[in-house]
Design a protein. Structure first.
Length: 277
């Protein structure tokens, strides 16, 4: 059950979009919201020794500014009636977020994302991308303002191997909030091809294991899995994309990449990423 929702915020417009969505979910779930602002802290040389960034005057100024921004955010009307905890900390953003998730038993992360493109996508990525890669709980990424976050059509992309069972259990507690249409899709690509009978059998077995009754299943052909998911999402005008991620890092991530992270960067829609364990 989702009882604690973490919203990392840098107080930008996009991150406030995420706070608004999280607030709506918290009201539905009677959950506690955690607002976390992280100030990046490189260790810098100072005189003859090394000092932590937070001890420097510019860091103190950043903390004062963050305190003021957090105070203003907590005063917003859309947070009225919600249990909210707030924290400002120093660290690498994704590391502090993951530590906070573990320490506070967070069930869901909701965060805004501007995405990353071109050089930044290849070399740097985005903070949301790093959070998706390392987080052990589901991550909902938001890219636009939702005065009312209503979900009517959910696209769930999977290969429907047995590992998808854990993914289903995680997103079901989220999708149960909405009386939504479930659209399952298996994307066929030239380098990752599967016959229709094979795909249908996997989906039928999956539906049987989870007692699914009302859903649609489509085998979609495209050049890449990402293109297939995005194109099918456009066709059905999906409100939410659900995708599993293996959380690959290092060489494995460079070689195989991550469809979840690609969708996060390129999709205009809300994306729920769930680590496959």
């Amino acid at each position: 059950m989702i009882k604690d929702i973490l919203v990392p915020t840098d107080f930008s417009k996009c991150s406030v979009y995420a706070v608004k969505v999280a607030a709506q979910l918290a009201k539905k779930l009677n959950a506690t919201m955690h607002l976390l602002h992280v100030i990046e802290t490189p260790v810098v040389a100072y005189d003859a020794g090394m000092v932590n960034f937070e001890s420097l005057p510019q860091a103190m100024f950043m903390k004062e500014l963050a305190d003021e921004n957090m105070k203003n955010l907590l005063g917003e009307s859309f947070l009225s009636g919600i249990s909210v905890e707030s924290k400002i900390e120093y660290d690498a953003i994704y590391k502090r977020i993951n530590q906070y998730v573990e320490n506070h038993k967070i069930n869901l992360i909701v965060m805004g994302s501007h995405g990353a493109k071109g050089f930044n996508e290849i070399v740097l990525g985005s903070n949301a991308e790093r959070v998706v890669r390392y987080a052990d709980c589901p991550v909902l990424t938001i890219k636009q303002d939702y005065p009312s976050f209503e979900v009517q059509d959910i696209l769930i992309a999977s290969n429907f191997y047995n590992e998808a069972d854990n993914m289903f259990k995680a997103f079901k507690q989220f999708t149960d909030l909405f009386d939504a249409n479930l659209h399952f899709v298996r994307v066929n690509t030239p380098i990752n091809f599967e016959t229709t009978p094979e795909s249908n059998k996997k989906m039928n077995d999956f539906a049987s294991r989870h007692a699914l009754e009302s859903y649609s299943f489509v085998i979609y052909n495209d050049q890449t899995e990402e293109d297939g998911i995005l194109n099918y999402a456009d066709e059905i005008d999906a409100d939410l994309l659900v995708i599993g991620t293996h959380g690959r890092t290092g060489l494995a991530h460079l070689i195989k990449g991550s469809i979840a992270e690609d969708l996060l960067n390129h999709s205009k829609r809300a994306v729920l990423s769930i680590k496959i364990k």
